[in-house]
Ligand binder design. Structure first.
Ligand code: 9PG
Length: 530
């Protein structure tokens, strides 16, 4: 076979090109594949749920803005990397459509495209590499097969049909509003009603706030009385400085070599900090937290902002950052029990495998398609946007044998939603392809026809057939996602100036705070109309 690459390092004596086509496994810290032929596309895989995964051209992506969000949107170690970079696995496509894939079978690996070389490195020590060449789906499936051998297959638990409070109410939840929503959803076939962000006192202080005077146990009981599972959102690996947790245990938080706190990003108008998951007291606290929420009656847990466990820093017990994360995840899983449905979100993908039931495979959807200032000006593909979410979820379909893929919620409503019917339909079809169905639509926002469409969607068990990279057959319908995929062009001329100003502004916490205030005001207005 005329193969368009050669192995540079390391090369086991008996390596033949046929073996590469079959799928070759090599153990090494570094590996380089020399490309004899110019590839046409590069497959990059983002580090965590919200980071971009896509086939792109060979150029490095512009540095995503704002940098204050790098820890929560990218792998911060590589946010300003000049070469095209990918976490754990990358591939190149040649003119004839065949691909060459270099994928790690371990935790802390990265792949770069150096002009005429595909180069893989493990951050700490040696690890296994998979090399495959040929038809795209065949090669990815061989790689996935090797991953299942090491990390375990998808759990037998079916993916539940979820109603989640976030994408309608955001933090404007309270006992009464949720109770009304649950009543209105009564006859729809959901398996889980999940309470998202907004119930807790602070990020770090996981007790019911004053909007939930009856407590979380009462809320879980209310959900369970309708024969559904109760679901709860928490972000257990981060905290804000104003939390009691931080005040009482500043020594539990991840710091750098010089003792300075490591940034875990910025959200809720505050900087975020990461717990050190190698600290015995932290692990004990995490276990107690999981036991507490399980005792309240929550059987479906959406644990979010989990990337914080794998940020670079100096840990209590020295170990590679992704092993530290996995240690934390193991404790969380063990404490919640194997019977809980565990969805990880904002989670490093490969290190979460085998320890949870589902992983969010994209950034957040939104009730809008693509915000030019956010996506185009900031060149930010992790920012919540339906187009960003569809693009990344679709580029992670190959992970399907390993865990349930959560592509985030689907919209059926017209009220409080700027998506067109076609855009909503793309999202609904994506959910059918992933086999994970969720929505946040409030029953009072749905007109009769939309409600019946939602019911039919929840009840549907379609036959799915992938025709090509972006084209699927869902029962009899052909769905083409190709127009969604291209990355918007970099801003030029006047637009570039506007983008630079916007990018500069977005990097200041005061600007983010103003933005948050505007969001809060809009939310208040929406809440009044409920
Ligand atoms: C609650 C939300 C919802 C949502 C989660 C997560 O890239 N970002 O800046 C970014 C911020 C927040 C975010 C996603 C991406 O949302 O994914 O479902 O639970 O937290 O606060």
């Amino acid at each position: 076979m005329n193969i368009p690459f050669h192995l540079i390092t390391p090369l086991p004596d008996n390596t033949t090109f046929d073996k590469v086509a079959e799928g070759l496994i090599i153990t090494s810290k570094n590996i380089s594949l020399g490309l004899r032929t110019q590839p046409s596309r590069f497959y990059r895989h983002g580090w965590q749920s919200w980071s971009l995964a896509a086939w792109t051209d060979l150029k490095p992506l512009p540095i995503q803005k704002p940098s204050i969000l790098h820890p929560m949107q990218t792998d911060p170690v590589y946010s300003t990397e000049k070469r095209p970079h990918s976490s754990w696995i990358a591939a190149v496509e040649f003119e004839d459509g065949r691909i060459l894939l270099l994928g790690s079978l371990g935790l802390d690996a990265h792949v770069f495209l150096n002009d005429k070389q595909l180069e893989g490195i493990y951050e700490a020590g040696k690890g296994e590499w998979f090399i495959g060449y040929g038809d795209e789906r065949n090669v990815f499936s061989k790689y996935t097969n090797e991953l299942t051998k090491r990390f375990g297959k998808k759990t037998k638990k079916p993916a539940p049909r979820v109603w989640c409070s976030w994408y309608s109410l955001y933090t404007a939840i309270d006992e009464k509003i949720l109770s009304n929503a649950f009543d209105g959803l009564a006859d729809l076939p959901f398996d889980v009603l999940q309470i998202d962000d907004g119930w807790q006192i602070k990020i770090g202080d996981w007790e019911a706030n004053s909007k939930f005077p009856s407590g979380m146990k009462a809320l879980a009981e209310q959900i369970k009385s309708t024969r559904r599972k109760a679901g709860l959102w928490l972000a257990p690996l981060i905290a804000v400085k104003s939390s009691t947790l931080f005040r009482e245990h500043p020594d539990w938080f991840l710091r750098d070599e010089r003792g300075r706190l490591v940034s875990a990003g910025f959200n809720w108008s505050e900087p975020l900090y990461a717990l050190d998951t190698t600290h015995p007291a932290v692990l004990e606290w995490l276990a107690q937290l999981m036991k507490k929420v399980r005792t309240w009656g929550f059987d479906y847990l959406k644990l979010d902002f989990l990337y914080a466990g794998a940020l670079p820093g100096k840990r209590c017990q020295e170990m590679p950052r992704e092993s530290a994360y996995r240690k934390g995840l193991q404790v969380l899983r063990e404490a919640m029990g194997a019977d809980a449905f565990f969805l990880t979100c904002g989670a490093p993908i490969i290190p979460s495998m085998g320890l949870c039931d589902a992983i969010r495979v994209s950034t957040d959807v939104a009730a809008k398609w693509e915000d030019r200032s956010e996506v185009v000006f900031l060149q930010n593909y992790a920012i919540p946007s339906t187009r960003n979410a569809i693009r990344t979820s679709l580029h992670r379909q190959w992970l399907d044998p390993l865990f349930h893929l959560d592509p985030d919620v689907t919209y059926f409503r017209t009220q409080e939603c700027a998506l067109t019917t076609e855009q909503k339909s793309l999202l609904q079809n994506l959910a059918l392809i992933c086999g994970f169905k969720a929505t946040s639509d409030l029953p009072q926002w749905l007109i009769a026809d939309e409600r019946e469409k939602l019911r039919a969607f929840l009840e549907r068990k379609p036959k799915i057939n992938q025709i090509s990279r972006y084209v699927f057959q869902i029962d009899k319908e052909i769905v083409d996602f190709s127009p969604v995929m291209p990355l918007p062009p970099e801003p030029k001329g006047m637009e570039a100036i506007e983008a630079a100003v916007f990018g500069w502004l977005a990097n200041h916490d005061w600007a983010l705070k103003i933005n948050d205030q505007m969001g809060k005001a809009a939310l208040k207005k929406m809440k009044k109309s409920l």
